[in-house]
Design a protein. Structure first.
Length: 188
């Protein structure tokens, strides 16, 4: 079962999709009608069948592909060489809580929302990373996109859809999208 969480498009027009139920990053080459496995690694699997694995996906300024694992809280680099996947490296750093959307911010930097309620700046250096909160207090954010010097963060409250203990409860309405100004330090 493919439960795609996020996708990205490369310079050739190929679409990359994370499979949150399996250990695969899939690729749909431009003009093709069938996805192919681009990268597969057992570290991408969700911790249990009821949870989500792969989620956020973004190309870094170094040309490599970066992905997050939602329930396990991991950040990985997939080396890309001439359009082919290479080594997969789990990056070491702060504990991430339900990392979701991942967007490029600059050379070696990303915007990341954590389901625990934060928008972070993630700086990758070598095989490690630092996550610095830019703003917190969101109700289960699910996505972020950058437009100029503003990060737009959306709340999704996914636990109401996936947590059986919350079955029958209603999310806090309305769902919100927040404009978060990025200062010079966070936008580098």
């Amino acid at each position: 079962m493919l439960f795609a969480m996020t996708s990205r498009v490369d310079a050739s027009g190929a679409v990359y999709v994370t499979d949150s139920a399996g250990p695969n990053v899939l690729r749909l080459p431009a003009g093709a009608s069938t996805f192919e496995v681009f990268a597969s690694n057992q570290q991408f699997l969700p911790p249990n069948a009821e949870s989500a694995g792969l989620d956020g996906i973004a190309f870094g300024g170094d040309g490599n592909l970066y992905v997050t694992t939602y329930a396990a809280g991991g950040l990985f680099r997939i080396d890309v060489d001439r359009g082919r996947a290479g080594r997969v490296t789990r990056l070491t750093g702060a504990t991430l809580t339900l990392p979701d959307a991942l967007r490029p911010l600059g050379q070696g930097s990303f915007l990341l929302v954590e389901g625990a309620g934060t928008l972070d700046r993630v700086d990758v250096e070598g095989d490690g990373f630092k996550a610095v909160p830019i703003r917190d207090g969101f109700r289960a954010p699910t996505s972020v996109t950058r437009v100029g010097s503003t990060a737009w963060v959306s709340e999704g409250q996914l636990s109401f859809f996936f947590d059986r203990a919350r079955k029958g409860e209603s999310p806090s309405l309305p769902f919100r999208i927040y404009a978060v100004p990025l200062n010079a330090k966070s936008a580098r």
